[in-house]
Design a protein around this ligand. Sequence first.
Ligand code: SAM
Length: 244
Amino acid sequence: MRIPRIYTAETQLNAGQAVELDKEPSNHLSRVLRLKTGNDVILFNGDGNNYHAEIIEIERNTVSVHVKQVEISNLESPLHIHLYQGVSRGDKMDLTLQKGVELGIKEFTPLLTERCGVKLDAKRWQKKLQHWHKVIQSACEQCGRTTLPQLNPVMNFQEALPHLSQQSFFLHPEAKAHFKTVQTIDTSMPISLWVGPEGGFSEAEIEQVMANNCQPVQLGPRILRTETAALAAVSAMNTLWGDF
Ligand code: SAM
């Protein structure tokens, strides 16, 4: 059986230490996976290590483990890809985050654009961000990454504009350039990728982006769904310059 990987917010982990896991991972290990004392688990806290551990106690709501061994593990893409994603509805955004983590994205900024269909008050945005953090954590648990990608607070399109640079790819179906023809990019520096929401960027937004320093690119003649576009672009970048 594959050894379960569990994210823990515990910042200090060392070999020989006993760790009491939070309620949620404890329930997952004991009730969903039905693990028992003596079973192995792997913990990670985002510091670049895997912590091989053994379950030593299972109580009602808490599982305790003993850390046996620390293993440095670097599965990071050589590219620092920062996705500015127009916020899409419901589980489309979850899908983009989950698959984006698997494909190696290092930073996410949810972008509020004119055509975003999602309108929430501050409290509900906070809840949404917490939910997206969880999606990122469980994608890391699944794919083996030991470093958590950064999730930035939701940003308005106008606030984000100054972040455009020569290292920014703006996905636009009417752009002339393709990834394979891109010449001016420094892959040792962060690269940003800008993707519109379901309804795309508005004409005014496209004009503003085009007036800035960035590289508009297209992904072929077909209109892709927003989640497909982001993931296809990351795959293309990884194939050209990353670890695919
Ligand atoms: N009718 C909208 C438009 O024309 O922009 C469609 C929006 S599409 C569903 C959502 C986003 O995915 C777009 O804003 C763009 O960033 C990206 N996208 C979709 N297909 C694309 C393509 N063929 N080339 C480049 N970007 C694309």
